[in-house]
Design a protein around this ligand. Structure first.
Ligand code: GLU
Length: 418
């Protein structure tokens, strides 16, 4: 569904609900809505076969009233300015919900990484960093992994920045390999945080997390780690999927074996029945399963007006960014299906990014235990802020999360003066 709905319109709509709830005046509304800065760049690349391809790089810096801009670089063929705008705004509210001293940004390149060689990708990434010039920096704007990028690309960003600025500043990017100043626990952090919030939300909604049935759409970095954490918790992961299709088993899938297999396989539909017993299932069928918890963990806009009536889960937890369109969000709320929004559910990733940045500034490495403990504290506090507000004011978790975030950003904006 990537690209078929308007992520910018959805994020604005979610924000408007909170602005109304808090009775924010028009001047401030204007400031909180719009981005601080938007950049679009042409990125010509001489290909290995000597032909020329022209890609486009985007960076939207939404808000920095609470600290430097923060958010991922996405490499995806449908990446564009509107996706960057919507997702950058989501980052502003996400960093505010978990109360880390950072703002929000997002960007990336409209390329399909699977169609580029390693060398081509490295050149493209470093050129993007070079062209962004002073707009990136450890106290300015700090990218991180997102869809289509990971530690390898973050290493190139670090190196590209070091070369362009003749300075070694590991805090310019997070999600780096451990050898280059990455943090223990960063790779698993988003999945770990989603699992924590899922457990707490289940308890709040009267679902026993041990034995709860869960369907996860997406088995990339977030979905695969999440499946393992939920399995450890005693939940029954009955279905997982990726772009190639999905696997389903009423008694629960063998998540550990699947996780190991996916390190060698490219796509979930090549996993054989003998290793991981399953029935095949499509992505649309997965979304309609009669499970306790449904977790979209891939791209945006997958739960939309045309399929929302098929959702039969009692609880939806958004591990992806903007996976539910605004009309589907309303429909779920009307049917009494609870939903934990992206800005809370998947904030574990940016939280450990922040912890990585702190370690980089200290030129020190924390133990994994310390990182995971701090992550848990941030997530727990955010969950309590949001869930108490949701029950106290009788609003959805989404409305409560946005209101909590907007209050913090509004206060920082007001104190700075404008
Ligand atoms: N791309 C991730 C997100 O959407 C991580 C961002 C970061 O660590 O800065 O939250």
């Amino acid at each position: 569904m990537h690209g078929e709905h308007d992520p910018r319109e959805c994020s604005e709509n979610f924000l408007s609900g909170a602005l109304d709830l808090l009775e924010v005046d028009d001047e401030l509304r204007h400031l909180l809505r719009g981005p601080f800065r938007e950049v679009a760049l042409e990125l010509p690349l001489r290909r290995d076969d000597d032909s020329l391809s022209v890609f486009h790089g985007y960076r939207v810096q939404h808000d920095h009233s609470r600290g430097p801009f923060k958010g991922g670089f996405r490499f995806h063929p449908e990446m564009d300015m509107d996706h960057s705008r919507g997702l950058a705004s989501v980052m502003t509210w996400k960093t505010a919900v978990v109360d880390i001293p950072m703002g929000g940004a997002k960007g990336g390149i409209d390329c399909d990484p699977s169609e580029l060689s390693r060398g081509e990708l490295e050149t493209l990434t470093k050129r993007f960093v070079q062209k962004l010039g002073p707009l990136l920096g450890p106290d300015v704007d700090i990218p991180a992994p997102d869809v289509g990028t990971g530690p390898r690309e973050m290493a190139w960003i670090y190196a590209g920045y070091a070369r362009t600025h003749e300075m070694d500043a590991p805090g310019v990017v997070t999600g780096k390999p451990l050898e280059l100043g990455g943090s223990l626990g960063r790779t698993e952090a988003t999945g770990r945080g989603v699992a924590m919030v899922t457990e707490w939300a289940c308890e709040a909604e009267g679902i026993d997390p041990e034995g709860a049935t869960v369907a996860i759409q997406g088995f990339g970095n977030v979905g695969s780690h999440l499946a393992r954490f939920l399995d450890d918790l005693g939940a029954t992961v009955v279905a997982v999927s990726d772009v190639g299709g999905g696997l389903h088993r009423d008694d629960g899938l063998d998540v550990e074996t699947l996780f190991r297999q996916m390190n060698v396989e490219d796509s979930i539909d090549t996993v054989v029945e003998s290793d991981v017993p399953h029935d095949s299932i499509s992505n649309e069928e997965l979304l309609a399963l009669d499970v306790d918890v449904l977790i979209p963990a891939a791209l945006e806009g997958v739960i939309h007006g045309d399929n929302v009536d098929d959702v039969r889960a009692d609880l939806v937890v958004e591990a992806a960014n903007l996976p539910t369109t605004c009309d589907a969000d309303r429909a779920l709320a009307e049917r009494g299906i609870s939903l934990v929004p992206d800005i809370l559910a998947n904030a574990g990733g940016v939280t450990v990014s922040y912890l990585e940045w702190v370690q980089n500034r200290q030129r020190y490495r924390w133990s994994e235990e310390r990182v995971n403990g701090e992550l848990r504290d941030f997530m727990r506090e955010a969950w309590e802020d949001v869930s108490e507000r949701a029950s106290g004011e009788d609003v959805t978790y989404r409305r409560a999360a946005y209101a909590t975030a907007v209050e913090r950003v509004r206060e920082a904006t007001r104190l700075r003066g404008f």
